[in-house]
Ligand binder design. Structure first.
Ligand code: SAM
Length: 349
């Protein structure tokens, strides 16, 4: 039997994915075929009329079958690009979403014109996408990449090594900021789970069945993790330090209230391209401001347009101690105690 031409393999693969309900069959088969054959898009276009080489044909067939089972495309290719950085992805951690780049943008904007030595915590680091984007963009920063999941942290560790930022990214296994001492951080960023539990079952199979529930489900209203994080951030941030968090559709008002109740000030929202408030930022009052309060201007205020659909970035998507007191220079903070570092089993998931 002669091998099918590339174009007809693409057509048949797309038909199979369409029948399985996959959301973007034509794009997916092109990417899978390129991945199977090791081709660029230009190679693919140039060979549409050629027979598909035997080894690539078999690999492509297996990939299409797996995608028809609604395994995420990124799990099949094993990587994703975030903030221009190629990251390994897998079932251990959330696949980074493009919307989360807004969290990085907002953070970098807030630091514009400020001294570029910053102690960050990226809480719920997953693949390490946000931690790595910040560490790479701010060459004098130090980032503590925190996650409660040992499996996620092992993936973070591989990505940190891959990007060559081990010197400035410290992995911390812990429950939110529970292991950090008071006033030791300049900036806390977090993309914590925010899907309401009741909506979890209605998520696309790619998300519901193949991404970790621990990365997605955020309690009855999706805001349980933020409710715990906000007071911890208010305690661990140095005066004048900031918190930036990703939120879901319809959560702005409740999330603002949570931040305000934790004593954070200057709360402001940044929208995603659909106009939905996606990131909230707040500040721990500086000592001077506490003594003489002054009016603050929100970071950004744009009237959100009503979304056409129920967009939600995530859904479409032990107390252990890091216990190294985070400080600016690596020499100053020294190595973390073993329980805080990825790969050490402290009994959490
Ligand atoms: C929505 S994912 C975000 C991953 C990554 N930051 C990103 O933006 O792609 C949330 C992450 O928070 C972690 N997480 C959930 N609860 C946590 C907790 N109590 N303390 C620390 N991390 C937690 C999950 O394991 C998961 O990796």
């Amino acid at each position: 039997m002669t091998a099918p031409a590339v174009a007809s393999a693409l057509r048949r693969g797309a038909a199979r994915l369409r029948a399985a309900g996959a959301p973007s069959p034509d794009v997916d088969v092109r990417l899978l075929l390129r991945f199977a054959a090791g081709w660029t898009e230009a190679d693919l276009v140039a060979r549409l009329g050629d027979p598909l080489p035997g080894a690539a044909e078999q690999r492509f067939g297996r990939l299409v079958a797996a995608r028809a089972e609604r395994i995420p495309l990124q799990h099949l290719t094993g990587s994703v690009e975030f903030w221009g950085i190629h990251l390994e992805v897998g079932p251990e951690a959330l696949i980074p979403r493009p919307d989360t780049e807004i969290l990085v943008e907002v953070t970098l904007r807030a630091l514009r014109g400020k001294p570029d030595i910053v102690r960050f915590a990226d809480v719920g680091c997953g693949t390490g996408c946000v931690a790595l984007a910040l560490a790479r963009s701010l060459p004098r920063s130090h980032v503590f990449a925190v996650d409660i999941s040992a499996a996620a942290l092992r993936l973070t560790a591989r990505n940190v090594r891959r990007v060559g930022l081990s010197e400035r990214v410290t992995l911390v296994r812990g429950d939110l900021l529970s292991g950090f001492a008071s006033e030791t951080l300049d900036f806390v960023v977090a993309n914590l789970p925010y899907i309401p539990d009741t909506e979890f079952e209605g998520l696309e199979p790619e998300v519901r069945d193949h991404e970790p529930r621990l990365a997605l489900a955020g309690g009855p209203d999706g805001l349980a993790p933020l409710r715990r994080l906000a007071p911890m951030a208010a305690r661990t941030l140095a005066p004048g330090g900031r918190l930036a968090v990703e939120i879901g559709f319809g959560q702005q008002d409740s999330a603002r209230k949570i931040l305000a109740e934790a004593g954070l000030v200057g709360i402001a929202a940044a929208p995603d391209p659909a106009g939905i408030p996606r990131v909230l930022q707040a500040e721990r009052q500086s000592r001077a401001d506490r003594a003489a309060p002054m009016e603050r201007r929100p970071m950004e205020r744009r009237r959100p347009r009503r979304p056409k659909q129920h967009l939600r970035s995530l859904g479409q998507p032990l107390p252990t101690a890091p216990p190294c007191r985070p400080t600016v220079s690596r020499a100053a903070h020294g190595p973390c105690p073993p329980a805080a570092v990825a790969g050490q089993d402290t009994g959490a998931p």
